[in-house]
Design a protein. Sequence first.
Length: 114
Amino acid sequence: MPFIRVTTNAELSEDSKELIENRLCDAIQIIPGKSDSYLMICVEDMKEMMFHRNRDKNIAMVEVKLFGSCSKSACGDLTEMICEILRDEADVDPSYCYVKFEEVEKWGYNGFMF
């Protein structure tokens, strides 16, 4: 039950958003036991952002919420993939991209708790 939110100051076309979403669906499978079956994604573009005192470069903040736990190694592999996806599809230099992981113990879905 992963959730990935991508927030960027880049202006993305609908095609770019769809490519990001589809590539994230493939990338989530790096995490053992996770698939795109229950993956929810939110891509927000054109947000005012600053990083390194800079507003002129494309910037991204990515939040990955996972039900259960994940090894540091798998999170590192997913971080690498996310940075590659955003470099390719949103022209975000990996040094202008943060990826935050949150392991969630309680997760509700379809009227019940896991």
